[in-house]
Ligand binder design. Structure first.
Ligand SMILES: [Zn+2]
Ligand SMILES: [Zn+2]
Length: 346
């Protein structure tokens, strides 16, 4: 076992504080990663505060991990010491179910092992990226191409893949009109990626406060959803809407913005169930769908795509002592657009 420094929440809703945790010995197929940067995802805050149900404490959040390999197990074939690598939302899966066999580990029906707030196959709780080092099976590690700095790469491991996967699955590309709903950590990545994929991109945000940023990041149009005229003007416009918001929405109103055969895909979700008049789907053969992160193969594809197109996240780099303040600012939507922890400060 290796003892490493980390930032952990000792109990639900408690502030995070510096502590130490044990990492498992490096197994035959494991790599030891010196973590350099860890992004702060909104879901870290949900889980620390038990917003998604009972959680495991102490909790070391962090599933946007970028670092460098410092040791490899005897059976490791994909990575060498010194490689720049990333770890996202999952660190293992059953590997036997239909989805795992098809390379869709994110939809493992046997239950995948989450990077933190999960239980590993060794029966021990998993701890995430707000720490100095992590041990991960090489099959759940991805390579960060040289073309992307590690700090702006970290958020790609959740915010990047969560938006890239539905954009690819629903064929965002030349000739397609894509709307991105919400202009936060996920939304700003969706704008960059959809633009790089060749789609015509529209941001739908509550206000026009971030309009200049949105246009700079690659949006062609920017509309405020607080303005009823937006819904009149854009009726029947989009092939695809990717919703990154977790606040309750009038889904019927957003479905009316789709063309025939269009899809509204949710990567964020309100905590409460929604009510929907299904005629808003029937009249126009529309789809209301969801999507969760992406597979390991697709995460690698996304990183390679980002390197090719010079894409990283827009970040505010912070020291570990600022994590609790950063959480408050995320809750106030006061970040442009992702906090990233410099783990050398832990
Ligand atoms: Zn996340
Ligand atoms: Zn599985």
């Amino acid at each position: 076992m290796t003892t490493v420094a980390a930032y952990a929440a000792p109990a639900a809703k408690a502030p995070l504080e510096r502590t130490t945790i044990e990492r498992r010995p490096v197994g035959e197929h494991d790599v030891l990663i010196d973590i350099k940067f860890a992004g702060i995802c909104h879901s870290d805050i949900h889980q620390v505060r038990e917003g998604w149900g009972q959680a495991i404490f102490p909790m070391v959040p962090g599933h946007e991990i970028a670092g460098v390999v410092s040791q490899v197990g005897s059976g490791v074939t994909k990575y060498q010491v010194g490689d720049r690598v990333g770890v996202g939302c999952m660190v293992d899966s059953c590997r036997e179910c239909e989805n795992c066999k098809a390379g869709h580990e994110q939809y493992c029906t046997g239950g995948n092992v989450m990077t933190y707030n999960g239980i590993g196959k060794d029966g021990q709780p998993t701890y995430g990226g707000y720490s100095e080092k992590i041990v991960v099976d090489e099959d759940f590690v991805v390579r960060i191409p040289d073309g992307i700095e590690l700090d702006v790469a970290a958020p790609l491991l959740c915010a990047g893949i969560t938006t890239y996967s539905p954009l690819k699955h629903w064929n965002a590309g030349p000739g397609k009109k894509v709307a991105v709903l919400g202009m936060g950590g996920l939304g700003h990545m969706a704008v960059k990626l959809a633009h790089a994929l060749g789609a015509e991109v529209t941001v739908l945000s509550q206000s026009l406060r971030k309009k200049d940023d949105g246009l700079k990041l690659g949006a062609d149009h920017y509309h405020a959803t607080s303005d009823p005229a937006t819904f009149e003007q854009l009726r029947g416009t989009f092939d695809l809407i990717v919703s990154t918001v977790s606040a309750p929405l009038d889904f019927g109103a957003y479905l009316s913005l789709l063309k025939t055969d269009g899809a509204l895909v949710n990567v964020g979700a309100p905590e409460e169930p929604i009510s929907l008049n299904l005629f808003s789907l029937i009249g126009g053969r529309k789809t209301l769908a969801g999507s969760s992160i992406g597979s390991i193969r697709e995460t690698q594809e996304m990183l390679d795509f980002c390197a090719e197109h010079g894409i990283g996240a827009e970040i505010e780099l912070i020291g570990a002592a600022e994590i609790n303040d950063a959480y408050e600012r995320v809750l106030d939507s006061d970040v442009r657009y992702r906090f990233v922890i410099d783990t050398a400060t832990i």
